[in-house]
Structures are given as C-alpha cells and as structure tokens.
Design a protein around this ligand. Structure first.
Ligand code: UFG
Length: 323
C-alpha cells in the first residue's frame, strides 16, 4: 500500500538513506530540510523537496499525509555540551512544533529518530528498552525529552509512534554516506587516514574494562537501519508509543575497527593512544530483541568488514574539495 510521507531531515545521512528506501518501496516522499547540515544532493531522486525548518512543517503538512518520519535534529555530542541551548531549540522545541502541526493536520503516525545516548552509562549490557535512561550530555537529554513528549502525545491524542534508538550507525548506501564537519566519528576518521587526509587516528583510552582496553560499540549498517523504519510505519497502534533499540547486538572495540579498516583498505593506519574522551561509556551494545519481535526486523549486514567496505567506497567517492 502506497503511502504519502513527510521525511524531516531527509537531506542528511540517515534521513536520506531512509527516504531512498521509502521511494524504492513505492511510497511518495516529501523531504523537509533546512540544509543546515544536510546537503541538497542528499535528497534522493524522486522525492519532493521543501527547504524549510522543522518548525515550519505546518506549511507542508495536510491531511493527505499518512505519516511523518522525523530525522531533522542537531546530533553532535560535543557541540551539545558547548551549546546546549541549540539542542533544546532544534530538537525539543522543533519537535513540539512538528507534533502540533501533525495534530492540526490529523496526521497520526510518527517514526522518530532517537538514540542510544538516552541511556548514558549502561548498568547492564546488552541494553534493553527498559534500561534506566540517564543521558550524560545535552544531545541525549534532548532526544529523551522528545521521547517523553511523544509518549504524552500518544496517550492524550491518539498518536501512533515508534521511537527507534540507534546505536552506532555506520556504512553507506550509494551516494549517501556519513560526513560531519568537524568529523568526530570513528569509522569516517579512520578512513580519512586511509585516504591520506589525516596522518593518524587517536585511540581515546586503552584502559577500559574491555577485552583489549578500548571502548566497545554496536555498529549497525545504515541500510539495515533504514529497513527498520519501513517496518516501523505499521508497527504501532493508535495511542501506542513503541520504543525499539536498533543495533546488531554485538560489539566491536576501537582496535577491532582500526584493524578492520587496515584489512579493507590495505593501509597501515598509524594509531596513537590518547587520554579518554569525556563521557564515553566503556561498552554500548543493544539488545535487538524488541525490534525483532515487534518490527519483525533482522539486520542483514552484520559483518564489520562489509560495513567498513561500504563506508570506504563512499569516502573514496568524495572529491578533494568535499572534505
Ligand atoms: N573514538 C576514538 N578515536 C576517535 C573517535 C572516536 O577512539 O578519533 C572512539 C570513541 O572514544 C568511542 C568509539 O570510538 O569509544 C566510537 O566513537 P564515535 O564518536 O564514533 O561514536 P559514539 O559511540 O561516541 O557515539 C555514537 C553516536 C552518537 C550517539 C552515541 C550513543 O555517534 O550520536 O553513539 O551513545 F549519541
């Protein structure tokens, strides 16, 4: 069944990949993006594009839409510590306006891009959706506030919503890849070394209580992540707020990631141990059980080498000026 969908933030990395998957499944897609971090080329072919802030969603939304997938957000942890007000404005206030516009237009289905950062330092691993939420930075706090806002909207006004809490999204899908400025994410940084744009990679701490002393993360391929969003469109009933972690359920250490990049690229990748980065939990690994049972979702690209290979192809496709 073809749906008419609004994708906020569809010019960004994850939003663009999801929009491409929605179009491939035969849905009609309008992308709303202010291009503050997304790029015009990130909007997939076949989508209608509206350049506007999420606060202005009311100008686009009407009752002909079946659902909204909401990705538009600020998403850099370090920036959120330096400028928390930006996160409350863009993520929290922005979503409040979006929910009002959805209510007004009687669009009653929402899929929200949440994050593992809502859990903070986990008490037990793998992390289930019932784990305590104690974010360690304003980015995670802002996403958790939105999750609470959505819970209330479902209960009071009959919204059907799914919050998907991403672990470490990685890999690429066609011309949609991960790119931040400044870059802070491990895999893109290591690939910049392989490309000769950076002389070495820093390992932030090797004295964590993990097998090799470096932090362990759950890396999930962006295309697997996208497939979960399609399933989420039909997963919640009116008044329900379903929350699902999205991860592979297995972890890789920083050293394992660097070794995999060495294998995939053939580059020696010089690495230097540096002090721990503030706020980094030792281990973040998802329980993907809820996504399996409630969405019928099964990640298919769980091999780290495959994830890195796709990211490497994307990195190599970037021109010199695109850094
Ligand atoms: N790391 C390094 N060197 C680097 C960059 C990162 O050793 O140059 C390490 C980090 O310390 C961490 C791991 O690599 O242990 C992964 O770091 P990333 O910055 O790639 O990702 P994070 O795990 O910090 O963050 C991810 C998402 C966030 C989200 C968070 C959930 O990118 O948006 O998971 O906790 F908030």
């Amino acid at each position: 069944n073809t749906k008419k969908l609004l994708v906020t933030g569809g010019a960004g990395y994850v939003g663009g990949v999801v929009a491409a998957h929605l179009l491939a499944a035969g849905h009609r897609v309008t992308v709303l993006d202010d291009l503050s971090t997304g790029v015009r080329e990130g909007v997939p072919e076949g989508a209608e594009f509206v350049e506007a802030r999420v606060q202005d969603a009311a100008k686009v939304l009407d009752s002909s839409y079946d659902a909204v997938l909401h990705f538009a957000a600020s998403s850099q942890v370090a920036e959120s510590v330096a400028a928390p007000e930006k996160y409350w404005r863009n993520n929290v206030a922005g979503t409040m306006e979006l929910l009002a516009a959805m209510r007004e237009a009687a669009v009653r289905t929402l899929v929200f891009s949440s994050t593992a950062a809502v859990y903070g330092e986990p008490v037990t691993v793998p992390i289930t959706e019932s784990a305590a939420t104690a974010p360690t930075n304003p980015y995670g706090a802002s996403k958790l506030a939105v999750d609470h806002m959505i819970t209330g909207e479902c209960a009071a006004h009959g919204l059907a919503a799914v919050s998907l809490r991403y672990f470490n999204v990685a890999g690429a899908f066609g011309r949609h890849g991960e790119r931040h400025d400044p870059e802070s994410h491990l895999i893109p940084l290591v690939l910049q070394v392989a490309q000769g744009r950076r002389s070495e990679v820093a390992i932030f701490g090797d004295d964590y209580p993990t097998p090799d002393g470096t932090c362990v993360r759950d890396y999930i391929h962006v295309a697997d992540l996208a497939e979960a969003h399609l399933l989420a469109l039909d997963a919640a009933g009116s008044g329900e707020h379903l929350v699902c972690n999205l991860g592979n359920g297995s972890g890789f250490s920083v050293r394992e990631v660097i070794d995999t990049v060495r294998e995939v690229t053939g580059h020696p990748i010089p690495a230097a141990v540096r002090p721990r980065r503030a706020g980094d939990p030792a281990v973040l690994v998802a329980s993907a059980e809820q996504a399996r049972t409630r969405l019928g979702w099964q990640p298919r690209r769980t091999d780290l080498a495959e994830i890195v290979r796709d990211a490497w192809m994307f990195t190599q496709s970037l021109g010199e000026g695109d850094a």
